[in-house]
Design a protein around this ligand. Sequence first.
Ligand code: 73E
Length: 801
Amino acid sequence: MFSNKDRFKESFLKRLESMCGKGFEESTKRDQYHTLGNMVREYISSKWIETNELYRSENKKQVYYLSIEFLLGRLLGQNLLNLGIKEIVEEGLSELNITLSEIEDCESDPALGNGGLGRLAACFLDSLATLNLPGHGYGIRYKHGLFDQKIVDGYQVELPEQWLRHGNVWEVRKPDEAVEVSFWGRVETSCDNNVLSFKQVGDQKVLAVPYDMPVVGFHVNTVNTLRLWNAEPSSFGPNHDILSYKRETEAITDFLYPDDTHDEGKILRLKQQYFLVSSSIQSILASYKKENSNVRELHHSVAIHINDTHPALAIPELMRILMDVEGLTWDEAWEITSHTVSYTNHTILSEALEKWPIYLFKPLLPRIYMIIEEINERFCAELWDRYPGEWQRIEHMAIIAHGLVKMAHLSIVGSCSINGVAKIHSDILKNREMKPFYELYPWKFNNKTNGITHRRWLLKANPELTAIIKDVIGDEWIKQPEKLIDLKRHIYHPALKESFAAVKRKRKEILAKKIAEKNGIIVDIDSIFDVQVKRLHAYKRQLLNVLHILYLYNRIKEDANYTITPRTFIFGAKASPTYYYAKKVIKLIHSLADKVNNDPRVSKVIKVVFMENYRVSLAEDIFPAADVSEQISTASKEASGTGNMKFMMNGALTVGTLDGANIEIMEEVGRDNIFTFGLTASEVLKYEENGRYRSMEYYHHDLRIRQVVDQLTNGFFSEDEGEFESIKDSLLVQNDQYFVLRDFASYIEVQEKVGVAYQNTDKWLEQALINISHSGFFSSDRTIQQYADDIWEIGPVALKM
Ligand code: 73E
């Protein structure tokens, strides 16, 4: 079917007729997408079956990655690339006068995640399959992924996302592997021969039906599985009030929670978490038991990873099944569970640390609550032995305290490994946030600096840059991304600089065209494309970027002789629908854009663009076109960041604080090839401890600051004067929790340096190439290899090509 372009063309036309009942001439782009998607899925299936058979026959240890989010992005292009058939398809299609990208644009963008955490899970799946590692994802098949963002008069409006509207060619429904998940009811305890047994009675059952999606490795035969669960009414459901039962059941998988780092304290969210965990653990055990008779050996064959605390109920759920279903004792079950589960922490923001009120938790999950109580009691007894009399310490470390179940504590106690996602973040976990736990279990703590798959973020998103790199250093780096460093020897070659400059320019033109179409704004290709794309959050400080632009506006207006390197400031960001402050900042960016872009003099040198509905497919257009990457979170608050790595890999220079993985980017490229500014993490943490920061002082003493802050409410923007008062209050009345004013002067200074540096084109190009050369370290292949070696203890299981 894909052996050469003629065979492809022939099969494509035949398949189109049989699938759509139309000839090629009458077919729509969507018909063509469905046809091609189906052909690719079919092509994948034999490898998929073979991989599963191999895993069964080899019976080696496998890892299951449990995550409430998988931010996959479109799959057609990536699958074609990984299968090595993209060129044949492109050639065949071009003879039919169609381009692959037109067809790709018909695919909806599965947005089953909010931001970095969900995208990380998707990158990990790609690396697992490419490294031939037996590793699978377990998640939820949300009917509606993250909302679609519309901007109306500068305000964000949320629309329900509809990725399943035209079906999903990649999934296979597996009703025979459906399992039951229980909610509510009560626990009945009985005693037989001095052995206690527990049974949940009067419960409500929900059917979890798996939909499997293939995860294709790059140029290997491995096809792993992403299993997404759908909630449906069970035939063991109630026989009264069927309609509300059906509605309640289906609601479990209706929506992804539109939240990033805020904890949504909703009972539906807890239901989603248990639904994911219970169905996944049942499925993992069923598959284990097909090949293994002794459940006591589980941890030798199975590793279960929890992506943050959202799937932490995997711990009590595995305990429940091992005891109540398999008949193991507590000690046996605990030994297995605590050697099977490992946990990644992604944030130290206190609002994101999950804590469930007992009054919600206990009625919904009575048996699970009972087990957590027992884990807590045994843990507190252990603490009492180790720290006799230290009540405060024990209270602080307990899993259940003050009417709350603390999911992070449960995760630490029940796991064999706890990791942070960048060096500084893991250090903060060990030395501050989780210090008492680190003192108790030092061997459990480790770091795994995040990574991104260069297959999507370089090969797929930027084929033009990929071609240049291949020309210069061949293609070994694709399988061994650390070999990108070979490019460094060539960065002074004029030919390389020229071709890189040409590619950057081309990608800026493509983005500029999109901006013209979507925003009606004409941007200058020769200006610096300065980009901040990420979720909108106070700690990420989009506001600092805004205040800098406002400052530039003032300088240009006030000083006729002021010169500046032309810049286009590009933003993309979704705000959680209930996050008032974040939505105000989106409105502020739009009001600023109106002022800047409509001022005849200012708009000659700077422009402001907000790109609506930031998502994976849009990101693939943005990263390759960026010159400057804005990574300006308050130091210590961004655990890692992964956008920073995508920019670097595409040859943008970072303007960043010493936060998260920015620090490791600096270590890789050297201080001269990154623009750092602002407070360090320890300075921030010290301020937080001693309470000595007074934002008012900066407001009073720095006229530049006073002017921009006052402009928020003095009628400078055409909006009502109260529109941005809450933003001003956050800076002055609430003492500027994220140190925006404290870092303002330092940010202005570094941005001036950026402007000057960009004028020296030759040097800038060298610096960009240095960034690309060092980006191999940030491939998720490196990250996944470290997880595989140090945490999961799994090795490759490969079919011959
Ligand atoms: O720094 C990022 C990190 O790069 C961090 O904020 C993000 O995870 C990325 C991947 O490691 C993250 N997301 C969440 N917590 N940390 C989160 C919390 C609650 C709901 C959804 C996502």
